[in-house]
Design a protein around this ligand. Structure first.
Ligand code: URA
Length: 411
């Protein structure tokens, strides 16, 4: 194996690495021969120095090849998926996966945990008592044939390099890098052997890309890798300046997703679900809405939860199962129209309440976060609720309340 400290130093100095060098680094990391400290240093060097399109492609393919891929033989429906680059309150996947499975498509969704200030689909799913995300590829493929949908994480067998690097980036300040995000997302999605993929690329205070132009660059990088591998890739570039929907926090977001599946829930969240599902299915938005209002999507979500070992009774009691010790309304001290509700500050506050991690081995607290968050454009009277805090204790709630007040701008 090559001398890893030299490779890190060369990237630190802005050198372009060869395919074989990147491959060898990722293989060594996957086998445990490249240490976490070395890989974190490499990720930081990439963060500052970037990668060429060729290096990004080599990183993606090496990560893809660190594990096995889904194999689909014989006749089967189109295999499709969706991935977001990460946001605050972004629970689209929880609703979109069962919805798409109701449209004669297979959706083998492989997601991640919370990353930086953004929440992760796996942490949200695991807040449902019993929900198992660590499936083998064989189990996942069997489930896909049976019910058309699976929601799982990276494993030792499936994208092990991303499993390790993702957890490392989360706690080393190395998330917002176009090559690292591209390789992380596209290695997982390519390993799913997809026909169609929709990418929701976020920009703004609650996203890894702060500007539209950066999001466009990230979208282009992911599209190039996907197209080169024969996947039809659709991209959406969406603002992430205010939280999506009205809930942020693991169990609280599951509750809000169930509301959408009952035909209720916030319109901004529903709009994203519909526009992304429309791109990868043959259904119109009206047909998709009908699948929600008829209860098919809720039934499919329950089928998925049962298939992955969750307790359905407890799914519908999440408010009780995960009731936080302190629940506090934050009331507006003045009247006005909400002109800004900073997603970045709310995401950071949710992380500090315990919804995210400080180090890779930390567990998240499913109970904490916010709901009844006010939306930009709405009129607030003095004394009306801006947000409801769910916290472990009063001190945490005090800090979260200060953050909510800083995040809100009234016009
Ligand atoms: N989602 C991922 O899977 N990886 C990233 O790096 C960012 C969002």
């Amino acid at each position: 194996m090559m001398h890893i400290p030299t490779l890190i130093a060369r990237k630190r100095e802005g050198e372009i690495l060869a395919d074989g060098e990147i491959r060898s680094l990722i293989e060594g990391f996957t086998r445990g021969e490249v240490t976490d400290a070395q890989m974190a240093a490499f990720a930081m060097a990439v963060f500052f120095r970037g990668m060429t399109a060729e290096e990004t492609a080599a990183l993606t393919y090496s990560m893809l090849e660190s594990g096995e891929r889904f194999q689909f033989s014989g006749d089967h429906p189109p295999v499709v998926d969706k991935h977001s680059t990460g946001g605050i309150g972004d629970k689209v996947s929880l609703i979109l996966a069962p919805l798409v499975a109701c449209c004669d498509c297979w959706i083998p969704m492989v997601s991640g945990r919370g990353l930086g200030i953004t929440g992760g689909t796996l942490d949200k799913l695991e807040s449902i008592p019993g929900f198992r995300v660590g499936l083998s590829i064989e189990e996942a493929q069997r489930q896909l044939r049976r019910i058309g949908v699976v929601m799982m994480g990276q494993t030792e067998q499936f994208c092990p390099a991303d499993k390790k690097l993702y957890a490392l980036r989360d706690v080393t300040g190395t998330v917002p890098s176009i090559p690292l995000i591209t390789a992380s997302i596209m290695s997982k999605k390519l390993a799913e052997s997809l026909d169609r993929l929709v990418l929701d690329v976020k920009f703004g205070s609650g996203a890894f890309m702060q500007t539209f132009e950066q999001a466009e660059e990230l979208a282009g990088a992911m599209q190039a890798v996907g197209n080169a591998m024969g996947v039809q890739v659709f991209t959406e570039i969406n603002p992430m300046d205010e939280p999506l929907g009205c809930a942020v926090g693991n169990a609280l977001e599951v509750v809000e997703s169930l509301a959408i599946m009952r035909g209720e829930g916030p319109p901004d969240l529903l709009a994203l679900v519909l526009s992304q599902a429309e791109k990868i299915t043959q259904c119109t938005q009206d047909q998709l809405l009908e699948k929600i209002s008829s209860g098919q999507v809720m039934d499919k979500f329950c089928e998925l939860a049962i298939a992955q070992n969750a307790s359905i009774e407890r799914l519908f009691e999440m408010n009780v199962v995960h009731q936080a010790p302190v629940i506090r309304d934050v009331l507006s001290v003045e009247s006005g129209v909400v002109t800004r509700f900073d997603a970045g500050r709310i995401g950071q506050a949710a992380l500090e309440l315990g919804a995210g991690r400080n180090k890779a081995s930390d567990a998240v607290d499913p109970r904490v976060g916010f709901d009844t968050l006010v939306k930009v454009g709405s009129s607030l009277e003095r004394g009306e609720v801006i947000a409801r805090i769910h916290s472990r204790n009063a001190d945490d709630a005090d800090r979260a309340e200060a953050a909510v007040r800083q995040a809100l701008v009234l016009g």
